[in-house]
Design a protein around this ligand. Structure first.
Ligand SMILES: Cc1ncc(COP(=O)(O)O)c(C=O)c1O
Length: 305
């Protein structure tokens, strides 16, 4: 039985989290007659992944009950953007936070996570290894950790179903094609499910990395975990096409967006732009399109040249 003061404290956690809602939308701007971009860098914590962290945490809070968060440490694995957002949320909610990141995390990301007061553990060379390590830590010390498990947490896609997808249609009501990167599949699952249910004619094209290529935030079948969300979107036929890219394609697209539109985006957005452009040049696009630029360039600073 909770004392009155504990009840007050715990219900405050969810309320405080929900006060972030106005920060969960990123601006959409028009680049060409039929091309729009969503600027994920403006979303909470500087990437659309901020939404995945917000919703994964909300889902975990609702599932476990807020009283179980008292004195615990938030824990998850991430390639970078989720770790930034979770540590940001930990600081905001006054909860300890630990993130397991790979050897590929940039110094800019490590510095930011530490600035939020979170602990960083290096878990291996891939996000999958980091996820195994995080699961092991949570299993060994259940009294210490709350694992948000973004790669298996249905709150992750739900955030994009609730916020990202409706915002796309609000800003570009006649959008015909959406281009985005497949990472954990959270974004893809939320957006494609929304389209299938509410606007079934809309086509969602998804970039993936070609075998042997690594593009941040862009899933590759040979290196990454096929999450339940990716699996569901694939078998449901919600994805209009998967567009495989090389690491170089992503970099070229990112530089071209800088030079042509003055946009500072990350590598995954560069890949998404290249994929769109190829279809456009082949005469395959149809009507207004939007590309989702998941994050900005600043977090990849030492990899830009
Ligand atoms: C830079 C970047 N782009 C795209 C994505 C894909 O997002 P999701 O994991 O929701 O599929 C991520 C995910 O971490 C990312 O970090």
């Amino acid at each position: 039985m909770l004392r009155e003061d504990q009840k007050f404290a715990s219900s405050n956690l969810l309320k405080k989290l929900q006060r972030l809602q106005p920060l969960l939308t990123a601006r959409v701007v028009q680049l060409e007659t039929d091309l729009f971009v969503m600027l994920g860098a403006e979303c909470f914590s500087g990437s659309l992944k901020g939404l995945s962290a917000y919703s994964s945490l909300q889902h975990t809070l609702q599932e476990l009950g807020e009283q179980n968060f008292k004195g615990k440490t938030l824990l998850d694995a991430s390639s970078g953007n989720f770790a930034r957002a979770l540590s940001h949320l930990g600081e905001y909610l006054n909860l300890d936070c630990e993130v397991v990141v790979s050897t590929k995390a940039t110094q800019a990301t490590l510095d930011l996570i530490k600035a939020h007061g979170a602990k960083v553990t290096i878990g291996g060379d891939t996000t999958l290894e980091c996820y195994e390590k995080a699961k092991m830590l949570a299993k060994q010390q259940p009294e210490k950790y709350i694992l948000t498990a973004q790669l298996d947490n249905w709150g992750n896609p739900q955030g994009h179903y609730d916020f990202t997808a409706p915002q796309i249609f609000k800003e570009v009501p006649d959008v015909q094609e959406i281009y985005m990167a497949m990472g954990s599949g959270g974004g893809v699952s939320g957006v494609t499910r929304y389209c299938a249910e509410h606007v079934p004619g809309t086509k969602v094209f998804v970039t993936i990395a070609k075998p042997g290529n690594k593009i941040v935030g862009t899933f590759s079948d040979d290196l990454d975990y096929e999450t339940p969300f990716i699996h569901e979107a694939r078998v449901s036929g919600w994805i209009a096409g998967e567009l495989p890219l090389t690491t170089e394609d992503a970099k070229k697209g990112m530089i071209e967006m800088r030079k042509k539109y003055g946009l500072l985006t990350g590598f995954s957005a560069g890949g998404v732009y290249t994929a769109f452009k190829r279809r456009k040049e082949a005469g395959e696009t149809n009507g207004p399109a939007i590309i989702l630029a998941w994050d900005g360039h600043d977090r990849w600073i030492e990899k830009l040249n």
